[in-house]
Design a protein around this ligand. Structure first.
Ligand SMILES: Cc1cc2nc3c(=O)[nH]c(=O)nc-3n(C[C@H](O)[C@H](O)[C@H](O)COP(=O)(O)OP(=O)(O)OC[C@H]3O[C@@H](n4cnc5c(N)ncnc54)[C@H](O)[C@@H]3O)c2cc1C
Length: 291
């Protein structure tokens, strides 16, 4: 049922400090509105529990991309279009640009933010697999201070995160460590554009002397949350991708991914299809490495 919008209140505090003070005054009562591409759909369909919206859309303090020597830090209010237009990200973190380009339409990308994509905490969201594979960190802010944690520990379950009710996601920091690493990202949906993923994998790997010295894998729609495939990484780390060993490596990788994956049946796909396709994507990546 559609909501009666007159029952909702929207406030736009002048700066970040005022936002933090406001949400700390009644933790859990307010919903932050960034791009609104997720929130307004929830409001329109009567699924938005909170009737008090706090806009953070106008805050320049949250919209930035800063490259330091060791990391690229991206403010949570940075839009997908901002990410697509950034040269450093395009050159060094192409999986993130690819993920940003998959997210809805151009209109969505002009409004939708990285912070909203992460905090909405959908297991099917496009940017989390790349951020998991890149081993990103996230910085959370509240009036109590700030904390930086590995993004890999941020998602606890379906639409459940480590964010406390008085906290906001301030930024995402991605290490500038992937020169010479192989990078692979692929989303499988109903169509090539404007489709939520049935499944997706993002992989970075460091190959030395025909061996997988390091490998990190993030996945969408393979569990109740964006998933770092730790068991698959452990099974593949150190393995040979030389032609004579490739079949064994592929077999080990596929078997481990089946243990990592806990997909569900829903309107977009089935658990069986999701597991099978994810294993095929992993295999595709491993075979590409040896060519
Ligand atoms: C037509 C359409 C197509 C779409 N296609 C895709 C797609 O292909 N792939 C995809 O991944 N998504 C898709 N989406 C979903 C949505 O566009 C993205 O998830 C987007 O990134 C949400 O960002 P936003 O800034 O609009 O978030 P909002 O709607 O403003 O907020 C989303 C949630 O995050 C919270 N939040 C936002 N910022 C912060 C912050 N800094 N700190 C704490 N909490 C915060 C909000 O309170 C809310 O709960 C689509 C949506 C629509 C309407």
């Amino acid at each position: 049922m559609r909501s009666d919008v007159t029952g909702y209140e929207l406030n736009a505090p002048p700066d970040l400090r005022a936002v933090l003070t406001r949400i700390a005054s009644e933790p859990g009562r307010h919903a932050l509105l960034a791009g609104g591409t997720e929130l307004m759909v929830a409001l329109n369909t009567g699924r938005l529990a909170s009737h008090s919206l706090i806009s953070i859309q106008h805050l320049r303090e949250l919209r930035f991309i800063r490259a330091t020597q060791n990391a690229v830090e991206i403010g949570s209010g940075t839009t997908f279009s901002d990410i697509r237009g950034n040269e450093t990200i395009a050159r060094e973190l192409p999986m993130l640009v690819q993920a940003a380009s998959w997210t809805g339409s151009i209109a969505n990308q002009n409004r939708g933010t990285l912070g909203g994509n992460i905090c909405n905490a959908s297991p099917a969201a496009d940017t989390p697999p790349a951020l998991l594979a890149y081993d990103a960190n996230v910085t959370l802010l509240s009036v109590r201070g700030e904390r930086t944690i590995p993004y890999g520990s941020f998602h606890l379950g379906y639409k459940e995160t480590l964010l406390e009710p008085d906290e906001i996601l301030y930024s995402v920091s991605v290490p500038r460590a992937y020169e010479g690493w192989r990078q692979y990202v692929r989303k499988v949906g109903t169509r090539n554009a404007q489709a939520i993923s049935k499944t997706a994998l993002a992989i970075v790997a460091l190959v030395r002397a025909d061996h997988l010295e390091e490998i990190r894998i993030g996945a969408a729609s393979l569990a109740n949350r964006p998933l770092r495939c730790a068991e698959t990484e452990a099974a593949l780390r150190g393995r040979s991708i030389a032609e004579s060993d490739l079949e064994t490596t592929v077999r080990f990788g596929r078997a481990a991914l089946a243990r990592d994956a806990k997909p569900i049946d829903d309107i977009r796909s089935t658990a069986i299809y999701r597991s099978a396709v994810a294993a095929n994507l992993l295999e595709e990546f491993l075979r590409q490495l040896s060519t």
